[in-house]
Design a protein. Structure first.
Ligand SMILES: NC(=O)C1=CN([C@@H]2O[C@H](COP(=O)(O)OP(=O)(O)OC[C@H]3O[C@@H](n4cnc5c(N)ncnc54)[C@H](O)[C@@H]3O)[C@@H](O)[C@H]2O)[C@@H](O)CC1
Ligand SMILES: Nc1ncnc2c1ncn2[C@@H]1O[C@H](COP(=O)(O)OP(=O)(O)O)[C@@H](O)[C@H]1O
Length: 270
């Protein structure tokens, strides 16, 4: 397995500084449909991460317990329906506990024109999607996804093959995260610190990627892949900064989200 790397300059090319002619809609609106009664925290983590990455608006759609937590943490989050330029679904959800109505609504989203970042409990629905797609499985979820696609589940590094079969961008998370788009080359991003292996950092990553995807052209497959890889890079650098701020000590998922603005700011200032 080989993959080219990704640099701060590559990430900076994806970011955009707001201008005097911007408003909250032109800066990108991300819709987050994550969390559940069992895992309400995943919703708050993804919403926090999306705000911190720099969109103009975050909409949240979810059950009452998760919504209350999201609003307690981020009252600026909009819970009314409206247009979005990217969706994030699945973090903190269990497919076995999902209602038929929720499954039907997710399927509809996955057939729509708006790009969808699909994580955790929604991954099995991704195989029937026609929307522009970015999936974010960890190693075991990637193996399961490959089985559903009729591929060898044990071929953990065959991420390009998974992307081709799925017709979407694949972000296979781990200490080395591999990103591939259909027909495209493989890009590898090594996490700068393994303190990142802590509960909820995947939920944060999905929020970061969703925010970046909301600001790029959904019809441009290269742009979607660049947004996905850049999200992984920002997530890793935020974790590095969060640990340095604690003298190299342990970090939590929320610490990672809180360090995202400094990563974005420093890249835009280059
Ligand atoms: N505060 C929260 O609400 C949190 C919610 N979370 C959500 O909790 C739900 C279930 O999480 P679980 O921890 O039960 O399930 P996971 O899917 O994370 O883990 C299930 C199995 O996968 C394996 N696994 C995990 N990471 C792997 C990797 N990188 N490579 C290979 N195998 C790996 C584990 O060993 C475990 O046996 C998900 O929807 C997730 O989004 C988690 O993100 C943790 C935080
Ligand atoms: N050993 C490791 N070193 C560095 N980063 C890791 C390591 N293991 C996992 N990660 C990163 O931590 C995050 C974990 O995400 P995920 O598996 O979805 O967990 P969760 O569901 O708890 O959020 C991913 O971004 C992954 O790349």
């Amino acid at each position: 397995m080989t993959g080219r790397g990704w640099t701060g300059a590559d990430v900076a090319a994806v970011l955009r500084m707001p201008t005097a002619s911007d408003d909250k809609y032109s800066r990108g609106v991300v819709g987050i449909r994550t969390g559940s009664d069992a895992y309400p925290g995943a919703a708050a983590l993804g919403v926090e991460a999306a705000w911190r990455t720099g969109v103009g608006m975050v909409r949240y759609v979810g059950l009452r317990r998760a919504e209350d937590l999201v609003l307690a943490r981020r009252p600026e989050t909009v819970t009314a329906a409206g247009r979005v330029q990217a969706w994030v679904v699945g973090s903190g959800t269990d497919p076995d506990a999902r209602t038929e109505a929720e499954t039907a609504e997710l399927r509809e989203l996955l057939q729509g024109p708006v790009p969808v970042v699909v994580d955790a409990g929604a991954l099995s629905l991704a195989i029937a999607a026609s929307a522009p797609l970015i999936v974010t499985p960890h190693g075991r979820e990637h193996a399961r996804l490959r089985s559903l696609l009729g591929l060898d589940p044990d071929d953990a590094d065959a991420v390009v093959e998974t992307a081709d079969a799925l017709g979407g961008v694949v972000v296979r998370k781990g200490a080395r995260t591999l990103v591939a788009a259909p027909g495209g080359g493989l890009i590898a991003v090594d996490a700068p610190t393994s303190w990142l292996a802590t509960a909820g950092t995947g939920d944060v990553l999905a929020g970061i990627i969703g925010a970046l995807v909301a600001t790029v052209d959904a019809g441009d497959a290269d742009a979607l892949r660049s947004a996905a890889v850049s999200g992984v890079w920002i997530h890793g650098d935020a974790a590095r900064r969060a640990s340095i701020a604690r003298d190299g000590g342990p970090i939590t998922a929320l610490d990672v989200a809180e360090h995202v603005p400094a990563v974005v700011g420093s890249l835009l200032a280059r």
